[in-house]
Design a protein. Sequence first.
Length: 340
Amino acid sequence: ITLNLEAAEGREVLKKLAVQADVIIENAPPGDWDAKGIGYRQLSQLNPRLVYCWVGQLGQWGPMKDRAGNLDPTAQAACGFVHGTGAPKAFGGTPTRSGWWMCDQVGGTAAALGIMTALVYREKVSGRGQFIEATAANGVIRILDYNWGWYGMDGSIRPRYGNWDLAINIYAVNPCKDGQIMVGGGHDRLWFRIWKTVGKDQPALEQHIIEDPKLKVVTDRLPHYMQVETYTTLSEWFKDNTRYEAETKLQAEEVASGGVSFMDEVCETPHYKYRGHMEVIDDQNYGPVLIGSSAFLGYRTPGRVKWIGRPTGQDNDDVYRRLLGLTKADMDGLKGKGVI
């Protein structure tokens, strides 16, 4: 819907809608709705069961809350994520932000979880709604995993390490004959299965690695020069194998591996197609559109995508007439005043 909250009459309409609502999600600047008399403090008095969620980058309070322009790319950088992504300086690399809108996705997912939790609490415990805040910064900081343990132990900062891993070897994206392939050798058993696979084609490479006393256990394989030794040797095998060939050989030894797929290959992967991970929906506004489908499967509550987006104001008639009982004359009057 469209609704002009700068107009006093528009704010009165919002209050009437809030009485009908389970959830309101707001992303105006911090304190903006409260100053207008339509924040959680005011709306919860009209509807005590209301779940009110504020979403944004830095939060409704705190010393940086009013900082301008801290949207997804700058939020990624400010949260420590970008510093740890990309190749190390020694490899000629620089910090690299996510190619996707990662902050918005993570922050939005956190908001959804918070809303669902509040709804369950309302229905099962309190009978009342609550205020929820979900920020992109908090969402990303939460997923920085053992960076926090790394810093917390001795004050050191986990460095960038590109496609290699600082805690596991072999655990990396590797170049091969027709692209790149990920191989996961997270423990010693898998380590030797990887080299057994390599040895079937090139016994000298397997022998070179498994006879090295400095590579016997995973902790010995983590220093940088040991990683270089490992991956350069593995690349000698990969350069003669395509993604499919390498994955087939590694899977035969039950080694987790998979080629780095292009989007067209993802779309044509039989397993994904069988499970419906991609679908073409016939959107009422845009016609057939290829999308990634629901992120979960549920027997009783299957996820679905109803539409990919709505033109501004498309649901004005339905919402205002159904929820507020406005007539066509009422709506024409509000449109004439610039309220809706």
